[in-house]
Ligand binder design. Structure first.
Ligand SMILES: N[C@@H](CCC(=O)N[C@@H](CS)C(=O)NCC(=O)O)C(=O)O
Length: 219
């Protein structure tokens, strides 16, 4: 059976949401974050050398990386449901949004998060660069969502699941404040019944923990 390794309060929540949307059976293994460093516990490194959430196990192999997991699950375990076939005119758009989430959109947001977590560890030059990247990327997404919603005109896909986490993580950093379409989209995604079921299984999500009052001892 498919096993999902979920790091508490993390983007592995999106894999639970995907599986709930697809109504697939899975075994959930919860890995609580280290309470001091908020990083992965040792138990995740026993599953895969990268020690990241999400990681899945299937047929004796371990697979990390959200986009790879989503593609694997939709195509191999769900007969293509919630993905887009090569024959569709939306195939390239689907691939773009599925991979843009972690390939480009997330990077600058994570820099901002790390800057906050380390009490300004990024420094002025890097801060200017990543904030500009966040603005450029978020204005682009806002523009797309003002023409169509969700990200593919034909309807909800697994790419929305990958994209939603980017927006969720961005919200406590204030990046959605000037982006009303993205905020409305996020609320609609969070209102899906499968999202609520996944939340119940994955445990409470509190992303404000990435805005600590004191700098964290990041390792
Ligand atoms: N691009 C990867 C990123 C994986 C990743 O960095 N996951 C975070 C969870 S939000 C993690 O494992 N953090 C704990 C750590 O690195 O110690 C994906 O989408 O799966």
């Amino acid at each position: 059976m498919l096993k999902v390794h979920h790091l508490s309060n993390s983007r592995s929540q999106r894999i639970l949401w995907l599986l709930e949307e697809l109504d697939l059976d899975y075994e959930l293994v919860l890995h609580p974050r280290d309470p001091v460093t908020v990083r992965s516990p040792e138990s995740l490194f026993k599953i895969h050398p990268l020690g990241k959430g999400p990681t899945i196990e299937h047929d004796g192999g371990a697979l990390p990386e959200s986009g790879a997991i989503i593609d694997f699950v939709t195509r191999k375990l769900a007969g293509g449901r919630l993905s887009v076939p090569e024959s569709s005119p939306e195939f390239s758009d689907y691939l773009f949004w599925l991979l843009y989430a972690e390939g480009s959109a997330m990077g600058p947001v994570v820099f901002d998060l790390l800057d906050g977590m380390t009490g300004g560890g990024c420094g002025e030059a890097l801060r200017g660069f990543y904030l500009n990247e966040v603005k450029h990327s978020f204005d682009f997404m806002e523009n797309v969502l003002s023409r169509q919603e969700p990200f593919l005109a034909s309807g909800f896909t697994a790419a929305d699941i990958n994209m939603t986490w980017v927006l969720e993580l961005s919200e406590p950093c204030g990046h959605l404040e000037a982006h009303p379409r993205m905020t409305a989209y996020l609320r609609r995604m969070q209102a899906r019944p499968a999202y609520a079921r996944a939340m119940q299984k994955g445990g409470r999500q509190d992303l404000t923990m990435f805005r600590p009052a004191q700098p964290l001892p990041l390792t």
